[in-house]
Design a binder for this molecule. Structure first.
Ligand SMILES: [Zn+2]
Length: 339
């Protein structure tokens, strides 16, 4: 074998080894040196530490499921904790939902606010609404997921139209119509399967493609202790954020790295800088087909299939421009910035 070919093979084998050793570590472990986004320690409350008066807290439960509390009212953004490994025969795992929400301190949820009707956002929302006698707030499609799982009609609040608001406790909640994020080229078939609305009650078990997108919404929470904007999917509709201010921006990162640089920057700037956020939290970057880790503060399993996630995280760092970024770890409770 010529010398050059041997050298090539050696380089190839060595780079393969290097890649596989990288793949075994989680670049999104906030406890680890070299994590892309690690500025978080000042925000995290210890398990028993009381909530500072007059401040909101947020607890991250994987994917886009986030508990927001002012100490009186508990709002759950999205409802997805079962994290089934398959895309078939999806149904809520009631025991797992209860133990997970207990761990996260979601003991008395008043409302579940669902950004759109895909299963990785909405599957468990009805079970949580029934368990807690909480409102289920979302599009007509989300309402039909609720109806299919026998949520009483008086707990269902339907958001339709460009903007719709409702008050729960001291939170003024606004749903503003936005866009769903785009899939990379090789996964466009998923978009075709999922586009459209759920037009009648959806019973479970159901396959993932029965959970049609419905109208996607950006969620804005206005509260005397601080405002929060949540974009659960990496889609952009500038009209949706018009006139909205938020101290905290929770931004969906799923497949954002596959978009071009101009879109990535516009998306992050619109949802973070333009609303005046002091804290940015990336969500929807973990592998929602793997279970949540056991302990508080454990890193979430990251989604290796999102090949350009690093690119999106690097852009986030640039757009946050010195403001705080919190990279969620399991069950951690953080204090959100005030007005
Ligand atoms: Zn989605």
């Amino acid at each position: 074998m010529p010398q050059l070919s041997r050298l090539k093979i050696a380089v190839w084998v060595l780079s393969g080894l290097a890649l596989s050793s990288c793949a075994s570590t989680n670049p999104y472990n906030p406890n680890q040196d070299g994590c892309l986004l690690a500025s978080r320690s000042a925000l995290v409350l210890a398990s028993e530490e009381p909530r500072p008066g007059g401040r909101l807290t947020a607890t991250f439960i994987g994917n886009t499921t986030v508990l927001i509390s002012d100490g009186e009212t508990q709002l759950l953004i999205d409802g997805f904790v079962s994290r089934p490994p398959s895309f078939k025969d999806l149904k809520p795992d009631t025991a797992l939902i209860r133990s997970t929400l207990d761990k996260a301190g979601a003991t008395s949820v008043d409302a579940v606010l669902v950004g759109h009707a895909h299963h990785d956002h909405a599957l468990d929302a009805p079970a949580i609404a029934k368990d807690h006698h909480a409102l289920l707030i979302g599009s007509e499609s989300v309402a039909n997921i609720g109806r299919g799982q026998k949520v009483p009609e008086d707990l269902i609040v339907i958001m339709e139209g460009p903007r719709h608001s409702v008050k729960v406790g001291e939170f003024a909640i606004t749903f503003a119509k936005t866009e769903h994020g785009a899939y990379p080229l090789h996964l466009r078939w998923i978009h075709l399967l999922l586009c459209g609305k759920i037009r009648k009650p959806l019973e479970v078990p159901a396959n993932f493609h029965a959970f049609k997108t419905g109208t996607p919404y950006l969620i804005h929470l206005e509260h005397p202790s601080g405002n929060v904007l949540v974009q659960t999917s990496a889609g952009l509709e500038p009209e949706a954020v018009k006139g909205l201010q938020a101290d905290t921006a929770i931004v969906g990162m799923g497949f954002l790295g596959s978009r071009n640089a101009g879109f990535r920057k516009r998306y992050l700037k619109t949802h973070i800088q333009d609303v005046g956020a002091k804290l940015a939290v990336p969500v929807h970057w973990d592998n929602f087909r793997e279970p949540l880790p056991e302990n508080e503060g454990d890193p979430l399993p990251y989604f290796k299939g999102d090949r350009h996630l690093n690119r999106a995280m690097t852009d986030l760092k640039a757009v946050a421009n010195g403001n705080q970024i919190y990279l969620p770890a399991a069950y951690e409770r953080i204090v959100l910035p005030g007005k």
